[in-house]
Design a binder for this molecule. Structure first.
Ligand code: NAI
Length: 377
């Protein structure tokens, strides 16, 4: 099978997420890295792209040049990844979708709910794929958790409790580091800092595993480093459409927590726990029964948990291969297969509605508010 052609915008040398996209896209031989506008500095982007093996004429200085350069090529890229800072996602994603490209956009998909709704509309109108990189949903044991909830093994989920809290922005003396600062600057990050950065991964995960959507929420935000305009810590209570009660804590100043993303689902007949720092294990307790550790690679796992794991039992797979699972599902979707669970623009706009609702709720002292985008009310 011929490889699909892949291009990336952002993700330049030294960026946080760029390497995970390159490893992920290229891991399974489904894509070749054909084009890129990798850096906000044109020369640095062109230079790095060529060092990564991209031909000179497809190592672009910026995304508009890439759009013009790729649009009329017979061998144009089949998929464009947008891995730039948040404020640029909407314009780039919109422009490439309208020009007939499939897009994988980093989260948060847009800055506003209206922009998110526009992206949903453009993806529908053009028939192009707009995926959003909620890559944690593609870990094999997260797919296993979703399958167990879907098959009724836990009964109806009563409670979902999730944290995404780390301490890597906890040093006030490093707050001006440009890689950190943009995340708390409304002009670059939007209306929310930590909740839009990490909290929405946790919120998406709650919806993904429970197969339900957030309907209402109440939020408390704090900027614990006072120079930050946007929050670096948030507590969000939510209710899902099916009645599940949700609790979410997200922080970037929780010094000592490295990548503290975990989720617990407590159903009528059992409970589950998954943590990103031990991603190969799912902890399951049936009501009145013993706690079990379900390992990636064991027999009897769900079809997706098996399909999305490449290395044998007890070997770590980890984050770049979870991203690779998003690319595998994208390659299948580009080939016309339906891939349940591939995060899309609807997930992106739901997150944006939750972010804006949380900001409004926090400003009003935690008032409960409808968190759905108008297109899903
Ligand atoms: P970063 O600041 O480390 O890197 C950003 C990169 O984009 C740099 O190489 C920069 O030169 C480039 N860039 C900036 N503006 C550009 C433009 N107009 N055109 C081309 N390149 C441009 O940022 P990081 O942490 O890599 O975040 C990028 C995006 O990825 C953000 O939206 C962030 O929310 C998301 N992200 C997602 C993660 C996930 O788990 N899905 C994890 C980390 C980040």
């Amino acid at each position: 099978m011929a490889k699909l052609k892949w291009g990336m915008i952002g993700g330049g040398e030294g960026s946080q997420i760029g390497p995970a996209h390159r490893l992920g896209a290229l891991a399974d031989g489904r894509f070749e890295f054909a084009a890129g506008a990798l850096d906000h500095r044109a020369d640095a982007g062109r230079d790095y792209a060529q060092r990564l093996g991209i031909a000179q004429d497809r190592a672009y200085g910026d995304w508009t040049e890439m759009l013009v350069g790729e649009k009329d090529r017979a061998d144009r890229v089949d998929l464009v990844t947008v891995a730039t800072p948040n404020a640029t996602h909407f314009e780039i994603t919109k422009s490439f979708l309208e020009a007939g490209f499939n897009v994988l956009c980093e989260k948060p998909m847009t800055m506003t709910v209206e922009e998110g709704e526009a992206i949903v509309g453009i993806a529908e109108k053009t028939g192009k794929i707009c995926a959003v990189n909620y890559c944690y949903s593609a870990y094999p044991m997260v797919r296993q958790a979703r399958a167990m909830v879907q098959s009724g093994e836990l009964g109806k989920p009563r409670l979902v409790v999730t944290n995404f809290s780390h301490g890597h922005h906890g040093d006030a003396t490093d707050a001006d580091n440009p890689r950190v600062r943009w995340r708390y600057d409304p002009a670059m990050a939007g209306v929310s800092g930590q909740f839009a950065d990490c909290g929405i991964h946790a919120l998406h995960m709650a919806s993904f595993i429970c197969n339900d959507e957030v309907e209402t929420l109440s939020a408390d935000f704090a900027s614990t480093i006072s120079s930050r305009e946007l929050e670096d810590d948030a507590m969000v209570n939510f209710r899902m459409s099916g009645g599940t009660v949700g609790r979410l804590w997200t922080s970037s100043v929780a010094i000592g927590r490295q990548h503290g993303f975990d989720i617990q689902v407590f159903g009528e007949t059992g409970g589950l726990r998954w943590a990103s720092e031990q991603p190969n294990q799912l902890i399951y307790t049936p009501v009145g029964g013993r706690t079990q550790i379900i390992e990636k690679g064991e027999s009897g796992l769900s079809e997706d948990a098996q399909r999305l794991s490449r290395v044998s039992i007890a070997h770590p797979e980890g984050f770049p291969l979870a991203v690779a699972n998003i690319y595998c599902d994208l390659a299948d979707a580009i080939a016309g297969e339906t891939r349940d669970g591939l995060p899309n623009a609807s997930d992106g706009v739901r997150s944006m509605a939750a972010v804006h609702t949380a900001v409004a709720s926090a400003k009003e002292g935690g008032v409960w508010m409808d968190a759905r985008p108008s297109i899903f009310k």
